[in-house]
Design a protein around this ligand. Structure first.
Ligand code: SF4
Ligand code: SF4
Length: 212
């Protein structure tokens, strides 16, 4: 697969991508203050009832709030792709390892991970498990203090979207005027390459319409 070099400001270096560098005029963003989030899921339900209340969309959550370290939707979305990526090299607080594009095999565009059907069936499964730690007699064990936090998650509308790069139909585009990443429903054929490729598992397949 022929890759281009694009500048990635988060990594502070050029990185491989399928298409040449292209920036929108503006970039829409949503910011969650993790110090204030109480995981009431109001944002999840507001999003759900506004956008995905139709048939075939029962298990779609474009916004969901997870209780980390173990909560996740689909279950294990983060551990799944990170375990495929393997050792992640850091230089201080800067990521110095490979991106999902750079770690892809010879005949792949992107390192992919496909969640199982079962993983989509239980939003935030594992939310009640904290990472325990302190030594309390016989039953403890982990090498750090008990911790957890809430993590609201939406599509990141990535600068170099894996979903867009993966789509064989060129149905996904990053809108010029605001940087939002969208799926053109008339071009999508439901191959689900976007679902496999998004590291955050935010494109969702509609089992009724058979498109994402
Ligand atoms: S970010 Fe969402 S879950 Fe967190 S407090 Fe706000 S509405 Fe509730
Ligand atoms: S669907 Fe995933 S890869 Fe595509 S823009 Fe959103 S977060 Fe990025």
């Amino acid at each position: 697969m022929q890759m281009r070099k694009v500048y990635n400001w988060q990594l502070g270096r050029n990185a491989a991508y399928v298409y040449p560098q292209h920036r929108p005029k503006k970039q829409w963003a949503i910011i969650f203050d993790l110090n204030k989030c109480i995981s009431c899921q109001t944002c999840s339900l507001a999003c759900k009832t506004t956008w995905t209340s139709g048939k075939g969309q029962e298990y779609m959550f474009w916004n969901n709030v997870e209780t980390k370290p173990y909560g996740g939707y689909p279950a294990g979305w983060d551990r799944g792709i990170l375990s495929k990526l393997g050792f992640q090299e850091w230089d201080g607080d800067k990521y110095a390892g490979k991106t999902l594009f750079e770690a892809a095999g010879k005949d792949e565009k992107i390192l992919q991970y496909l969640a199982e059907d079962e993983d989509w069936a239980h939003p935030n499964i594992g939310e009640d498990e904290v990472a325990a730690t302190v030594n309390r007699g016989d039953w403890i064990t982990m090498p750090h203090r008990i911790w957890m936090f809430y993590l609201p998650r939406t599509c990141a509308h990535c600068t170099y979207p894996a979903c867009l790069a993966a789509c064989p139909r060129k149905a996904i585009y990053k809108r010029e005027e605001d940087g939002i990443v969208l799926i053109d429903q008339s071009r999508c054929r439901g191959y689900r390459e976007c679902v496999r490729s998004c590291p955050y598992k935010k494109p969702m397949f509609n089992v009724e319409t058979r498109i994402s």
